[in-house]
Design a protein around this ligand. Structure first.
Ligand SMILES: *Cc1c(COP(=O)(O)O)cnc(C)c1O
Length: 387
């Protein structure tokens, strides 16, 4: 089924306009290329975009943001953090950075997000925090998760790498009652800065600690307070910090991507709606939609092949590639990876829902630069292979 007449349709592509390009050029010409005025502006724009009342700390990746969040919450050796097996390894590796242990739990079949009853069953006296993931851009059940956290005095850090913009009960992810929310601006995410992320919190103590640890443990407050009295070369190190700051070059891209975020979401949603209507009736399970009245970011369009299909998931993906269409799988669950499997003695039987989804799942291309005919091409290929 090789199709050499069509060029390859990539799985994902960023949507960068002239505005982003000119802003980057202006940063380059300004002589200020690392964290400076553009990073500050991106942070304040992001806070306003969320509706105000939150502190925003730009970082060079969501992984960095998740690490800073757990560090600021005091997570350390002996602590347990509950998270989903159905995610990217970054969600869990940051727990290990601090010497704490992830406790992996299964997902809910209806949302593909972490299962609240599974969270509750995994709580021990060592449990300190929960990291839910808004899988594919559909909100996790935050009402239930926040209520579990409250009952057991646990902290909540949302991995919102897929969730811009996503709402839960009408509220944007980033404005909920969790302790910290972390967004990703990696190349394939709904908005991008190449590499980048944003840590969002309402807690001034967490914000203060994360700002210090983001840049080598330099106490900026002391720095700012005393600059009037002592020479500007003076600074103080108060902790062995990290190097997680976002550059002005990257922030320049983010400033303009953020302005387009709602437009991007509408484009993604209209592609998802076409997929939903034109793929209905095939032997596949369509992705979970948002709850009534909520926004799904549609970062990913994840289907599952039903057991009555004429092919396997692997062969399906291979046939899509043969049609010149880029595909992916979200995710190879963490319990399948050698490091996690061997360190925590994980088996597929411990995660029946995630395992079932994993064996049948495939992710179709979905991004704002797809044309109507690109979308038709994907739909026709899926139909040809499965009908
Ligand atoms: C992309 C992603 C991350 C990591 O984001 P980076 O900005 O690349 O560090 C974390 N969690 C999930 C679920 C992701 O998809």
């Amino acid at each position: 089924m090789k199709n050499s007449t069509n060029s390859f349709l990539p799985f994902a592509l960023p949507d960068i306009g002239e505005e982003e390009i000119s802003e980057v050029v202006s940063s380059l010409r300004s002589g200020w290329v690392t964290s400076g005025p553009k990073a500050k502006q991106f942070e304040s724009d992001f806070g306003e975009w969320l509706g105000g009342g939150v502190e925003t700390i730009s970082v060079n990746s969501a992984t960095a943001g998740l690490h800073l969040a757990l560090e600021a919450l005091g997570i350390g050796p002996g602590d347990e953090v509950i998270t989903t097996t159905h995610t990217f390894t970054a969600t869990a590796e940051v727990i290990r950075y601090l010497g704490a242990d992830p406790v992996f739990v299964d997902i809910d079949a209806a949302t593909l997000c972490i299962s609240p009853p599974a969270i509750e069953a995994a709580i021990t006296p060592r449990t300190k925090a929960i990291i839910p993931v808004h899988f594919a851009g559909r909100s996790a059940d935050m009402v239930e998760i926040l209520s579990i956290a409250k009952r057991h005095d646990l902290r909540v850090v949302e991995d919102a790498a897929h969730a811009l913009p996503t709402t839960c009960n009408g509220n944007l992810v980033g404005t909920l009652e969790s302790d910290v929310t972390v967004f990703s601006f990696y190349a394939n995410k709904t908005i991008t800065t190449g590499e980048g992320g944003m840590l969002v919190t309402r807690n001034p103590e967490i914000a203060k600690r994360a700002r210090i640890m983001r840049l080598h443990g330099i106490n900026r407050d002391a720095f700012d307070r005393f600059t009037a009295k002592v020479p500007s070369w003076y600074y103080e190190i108060v902790a062995p910090g990290f190097k997680y700051n976002l550059t002005d070059i990257a922030a320049s891209i983010g400033i303009h991507q953020l302005k387009k975020a709602h437009n991007f979401q509408q484009k993604r949603q209209s592609i998802a709606e076409r997929y939903n209507s034109e793929l209905a009736g095939l032997p596949i399970t369509l992705p979970p939609g948002a709850a009534q009245g909520d926004i799904h970011s549609w970062h990913l369009y994840v289907i599952q092949l039903n057991d009555n299909t004429n092919t396997t998931r692997d062969k399906f993906i291979e046939s899509m590639f043969d049609c010149g269409i880029g595909m992916s799988v979200h995710y190879v669950p963490l319990h399948q990876h050698p490091y996690w499997r061997e360190t925590y003695k994980l088996t597929p039987e411990m995660f029946p829902v995630s395992q079932h989804v994993y064996e049948r799942t495939a992710t179709l291309p979905l991004y704002t630069k797809m044309t109507d005919s690109d979308v038709s091409r994907v739909i026709n290929a899926v139909k040809n292979i499965l009908e």
